[in-house]
Design a protein. Structure first.
Length: 256
């Protein structure tokens, strides 16, 4: 039976909550430009597929995805829908409060939108833990794959680069247009980077200004990185590694 909450009747949900042992997954992404070769829903598709694969393996309940994220720097191209952090915090908190009311008190937020979503997700998670008495984990693919991206030969974390594109080639190839992929190699930023593998600062990222984002969009359609190096087989290995780690997080919570 499907792990998705929205596919069930309420008696089926009641039974699924027992099987889940109190664990629920909320996939969170964004709708934003992903250059000329990836769909604007890429970040949410990433969160959806990780949640679904791990939910099916563990019986965790998976909620409908939160499609939108904080994406002001991607407004330079059509299709981007950016939501302010404040309503995102409130919406996610209300989702967690609803889950807690029905016995799902161990919640995993899957972040498909890289570092930009992390800050407001942390605020929502802290508030939920303090006010609702739930346990909240944030599962971020970029951080949870630090130990394998080097082996796969992926370059630095960027946007619509070979990491995201390889993953999408494996899971959603029908949405990928490799003939349109354009490279925009990432330049080193002394002491600052959005790549979790970087030895120095990664969490003090500030979303790009409109002018900076527009410059990148004009260079390579919105890409930061080298998507022409993407490979579906590498995407498979990357995906399975993330699912394995997510399953481990779920199993640990189910034992509590």
């Amino acid at each position: 039976m499907s792990c998705w909450l929205q596919t069930k009747t309420w008696p089926e949900v009641q039974e699924a909550i027992k099987k889940a042992k109190g664990v629920a997954i909320i996939p969170v992404g964004s709708v934003e430009q992903h250059s000329t070769h990836l769909p604007v829903g890429t970040d949410t598709y990433v969160a959806i597929t990780l949640a679904e694969c791990a939910g099916e393996e563990t019986d965790a309940v998976v909620t409908p995805p939160l499609w939108f994220g904080w994406s002001p720097h991607h407004m330079v191209r059509p299709g981007t829908i950016t939501i302010r952090p404040e309503p995102l915090i409130d919406l996610t908190y209300d989702m967690m409060a609803s889950l807690k009311a029905h016995g799902l008190d161990k919640i995993i937020l899957i972040n498909g939108h890289r570092i930009v979503n992390v800050v407001w997700m942390q605020i929502a998670a802290e508030r939920a833990q303090r006010e609702l008495g739930v346990t909240v984990k944030i599962f971020d693919p970029a951080y949870m794959s630090k130990d394998i991206v080097g082996e796969l030969g992926f370059g630095p974390v960027g946007h619509a680069e070979e990491v995201e594109t390889s993953h999408m080639l494996y899971k959603f190839p029908e949405y990928v247009h490799m003939d349109r992929a354009q490279d925009n190699p990432i330049k080193d930023q002394k002491l600052y980077s959005v790549d979790p593998c970087y030895a120095h600062d990664t969490l003090c990222y500030v979303p790009s200004s409109y002018a900076h984002a527009l410059k990148n969009a004009e260079i390579a359609g919105g890409t930061t990185g080298e998507p022409t190096k993407s490979d579906a087989e590498k995407g498979r290995i990357y995906h399975e590694h993330l699912v394995k780690n997510l399953v481990e997080v779920i199993r640990d919570l189910q034992k509590q």
